[in-house]
Structures are given as C-alpha cells and as structure tokens.
Write a protein that binds this ligand. Sequence first.
Ligand code: NAD
Length: 285
Amino acid sequence: MAQLLDGRSLAKVVNAETKQRVAALTDRHITPGIAVIMVGDDPASMIYTRNKEKKARQLGIKSVLKHYPIEIDQASLMNEIAALNNDDSIDAIMIQKPLPKQLNETELIDAIDPAKDADGFHPLNVGKLFDNQTGPYPVSCTPRGIMRILRHYQIPLSGARAVVIGRSILVGKPIAALLTNADATVTLTNRHTKDLKKLTREADILVVAAGITHLIDQADVKPGATVIDVGMHRLDNGKLTGDVDFDDVEPVAGHITPVPGGVGPMTIASLMAQTVDLAEWRRNG
Ligand code: NAD
C-alpha cells in the first residue's frame, strides 16, 4: 500500500507559513497584493477566482479582481496591465484563463512585469528556470507545489528516473525543468509519444498531467514508484478524479497523491506563497 502524499495537510502548513510572512510584512506597513485579471463570465473561472480571493483574504493578502467585459480589446487590456505594473500596492499579477479569441495571450503575459509575475509564465522567468539560475524568480504554481510535496516526503530526486506525461507550459514543461534541476533524469512525453506505457513502467517518479481520466492504471506503474496525479475531472456522479486510476494504482505505488486533496490544494497555497515572495523580493530590493 502506498503512502499517501497529503497535499491538503501540507497546504495548511504552507498557508500557515504564508500567514506568518504576511504578518511580518504588515509589521513593516506592507500589505502584499495580488491582482487577478478576468475577462468575461466563464463559470469555472468565477469559482477559481473567488476561491483565490477567499484564500488571499484569509492569509492577509490584498486581492483585487480586475473583471473586464468579454469584448475588451487587446490595447485596452495592455493598458490595464501597464497600470497594474505601475501600481505600487500590487506585487503579483495573474491572468485567469480562458481568454476570448480576440486577445493575444502571449503578448499579454509578455507585458506583465517579470517581477510581478504571479504564475511564473513570463518568458524571462521561464528562461531563468530552464537555465537553472539560483534566483529568486517565480515558477509555475502547480509544479512549485509538486516540488514542495516531493521535498516534504523526502522523495529522492537525484539520479531518479522521472517521466512527465504532458508538456504544457503550465505543468509539464516546468515540472520537467524543476526535476532536471534537482538532478533527476527526466523524460518529457506528449500525445505523440510512442510506447508511453513502456516509459512509465520505468519511472521512479511519474507525474501525470495529460488531462485524460484514468490514463494510468496499475500495469503502467513500477512497483514502489512515486505517482503525482495532476489531472482533475468531474465524474457524472459529481465526484472529482484524476488522470490516474487511484484505487487500481495505490496498492503498487510507493507514494501517491489523491484527487482531490493532492496537487490541487498545493497549487493555490503555492500561488499565495509566491505572491508573498514577490512582495518580499520587490520591496526588500
Ligand atoms: P493541457 O491540455 O494544456 O496539456 C495536456 C498535455 O498532455 C499536452 O502536452 C498533450 O500533448 C499531453 N497528452 C495528452 N494525451 C497524452 C497521452 N496520451 N500521452 C502523453 N501525453 C499526452 O493540460 P494542462 O493544463 O497541463 O493540464 C493537465 C491536467 O491537469 C488537466 O486535467 C487539468 O485540469 C489539470 N490541472 C490541474 C491543476 C491542479 O492544480 N490540480 C493545475 C493545472 C492543471
């Protein structure tokens, strides 16, 4: 039976740390601030942004929702980002996806001040990560949370064979870079990968971020492996599940994250911690 990698409990620890760090800043009359840019009324995005606002408030972080109509044009949004870059009360800026088609997401992300890049998506910060620079710089929050889980549970990384399924800039690529920087030997796969399951069966660490319900079952996992399930899917019965068939894999894995209660809570806790990082770096600088 695998040891459960309990992201929900660890997120509480991270949030308690963040709250203390916020208090230390407040003593210096500094309130860390995050601005969330949202365009249109996508119901899932509304829930995500509301959850972020709630968590920020709980931790003493100022959260500003910049909510724009679905028809906003590129130039107007670029101006809004410039204003946030110049707003000294804002330490972190993030853009909630999805964005409507008329907007050029790449240009918008490039326009965010890299020192206020809450999601770590700005190419300068991505470049620093891939260059394994010592920092400080922000990194994508889901991979950041995964690394904290691996560290907390003392999963050996140096020399380990890691397989990452999915190559998004949000999850797959940055976690592959972080694991590489931690001296793991990483195979980064995508939907065109041949013999994927042959690769997964050799992995000491398997990170699954394909967005396919139960892509991975017991036969795909090396006994004793650490399995990190990033996927999130709502089943017809209303329950949440992941890219990994948890009940099937759990008996053979060494360590495994549940869904829900694994990577998800660590992502939002990491976003809050990163907001405070950005506040400290910018205001101590
Ligand atoms: P994405 O759709 O941007 O990327 C999916 C990637 O998986 C692509 O690179 C694709 O090539 C690859 N892929 C698809 N099928 C594959 C296959 N059969 N074999 C190998 N690779 C395959 O997705 P994303 O944004 O990286 O998110 C992935 C999943 O993680 C989604 O379910 C998403 O909801 C979830 N997610 C959860 C959190 C969290 O906090 N828990 C955060 C981000 C994403």
